[in-house]
Design a protein around this ligand. Structure first.
Ligand code: UD1
Ligand code: UDP
Length: 355
């Protein structure tokens, strides 16, 4: 069985690491990966392949820094060409980026089976580019690997219970990765803040492209720092660019994006996580940390329902008060919301048994 895996953005490398490791154990499966090039800085791409031992992609398309349509369109054209050449049995896509949609669409039009890992998630906010990518990818996939029962329920509500698409609950593949690499975590070189810091990541279009929202986030974090709280923010290049364009100044520790092993150190040694990242919301839970999510919605509703995560509106004038009120919240992650860390095995078994 030949599988083409589509990679492009940071969270996809982390998800793919678990799957590639499982595939390497199976003699009957050959994996080739295509890196679209969507993320391209060394600390947004190469570092993950090196640190995590992810097999090198056979192709790197070098497509990035374009508008949504241009980026997706160029990826579609290039991926189609490779699929025609390689004739895979499956094209496997992860998550909800432009690379995900381009890979799924190229394959579906060529009648190559599509498997979507992290399927069925919904924020019900069509303004998010990710929501459009998810919905369309799910519609054209043959098998949907869902991390949670919430995801399955979302798909049923859209009529998938009456369709031929195979739905499989797998648990969350990011949990596979966190469990496997946890023992290898590394302190980021040069980190100044003492353990117990507030870990922050922000990169969503809705927060970075709206200057008022970005300003409110930065001002709030500055005030937190003024009150003596230590903040560590590994900054996504998109956010760095927007902060610099808006000429905002920061009075807390902000560092370059870190590798996954360094990120695991930051998670382990933080007191609380403040983020708009999908992945970080779950990782906060894996590492038993309360999470404040600076968004109006989340796809990971079970975290909210279990009181381990709270949505905080970024246009909220009282954002600082909300953060201060919740800074010392502790959580209990023994409910295992995301499976047993064996998603990759379930995924490969299902690809092999699919007919
Ligand atoms: C993308 C995904 C988002 C995902 C995120 C993970 C889409 C629509 N968005 O958002 O769902 O949560 O990845 O991090 O697919 N840039 C660099 N260096 C890099 C990567 C990006 O400078 O290595 C710059 C680009 O030039 C661009 C900006 O960051 O100006 C945004 O990059 P892009 O890939 O379009 O979207 P992300 O915000 O990274
Ligand atoms: N991550 C990382 N280094 C960083 C920031 C994030 O390794 O500096 C990891 C993080 O631990 C998680 C993934 O990248 O596994 C999440 O990616 P991101 O927040 O960019 O995207 P999202 O999950 O929101 O799509």
């Amino acid at each position: 069985m030949k599988v083409i895996t589509i990679l492009g953005a940071r969270p996809q490398f982390i998800k793919a690491s678990a799957l590639s490791r499982e595939i390497l154990k199976r003699k009957e499966v050959e994996e080739i990966s295509i890196h679209t090039g969507q993320h391209f800085d060394a600390n947004m791409s190469e570092i993950f392949f090196e640190e995590m031992g992810i097999p090198q992609p056979k192709y790197n398309l070098g497509i990035n820094s374009l508008s949504h349509g241009a980026m997706t369109g160029r990826m579609l054209e290039e991926i189609e060409r490779i699929i025609i050449d390689e004739k895979p049995d499956w094209v496997l896509v992860f998550g909800d980026t432009n690379s995900t949609l381009a890979g799924a669409l190229a394959a579906a039009k060529l009648h190559i089976k599509v498997a979507h890992v992290e399927a069925g998630l919904r924020s019900y906010d069509m303004k998010m580019p990710e929501e459009i990518n998810r919905i369309l990818t799910d519609q054209i996939s043959d098998i949907l690997f869902c991390p949670t029962q919430t995801a399955i329920d979302n798909l049923h509500a859209e009529g998938f219970d009456k369709k031929k698409t195979r739905l499989v609950t797998t648990g969350d593949i990011m949990y596979d990765s966190a469990m496997y690499y946890r023992k290898m975590l590394k302190k980021p070189i040069g980190l100044k803040s003492k353990d117990g810091f507030i870990l922050v990541t922000i990169h969503r279009q809705e927060n970075t492209d709206d200057v008022a929202k970005l300003n409110n986030i930065v001002t709030t974090l500055n005030k937190l720092a003024d009150k003596g709280h230590h903040v560590v923010w590994p900054m996504h290049p998109r956010t760095k660019k927007k902060i610099s364009e808006a000429k905002l100044s920061l009075n807390f520790e902000h560092i370059e994006p870190v590798g996954y092993l360094e990120m695991l150190y930051l998670l382990e040694n933080s007191s609380i996580v403040i983020t708009d990242s999908g992945g970080l919301q779950k990782e906060a839970y894996f590492f038993n940390k309360y999470c404040l999510t600076l968004r109006d919605t989340t796809e990971w509703m079970e975290l909210i329902e279990n009181n381990v995560n709270q949505l905080v509106k970024v246009d909220n004038k009282n954002m600082l008060d909300v953060i201060l009120e919740n800074l010392n919240n502790k959580i209990d992650n023994s409910s295992n919301l995301y499976g047993d860390g064996q998603s990759a095995k379930v995924i490969v078994d299902n690809l092999l048994s699919f007919s």
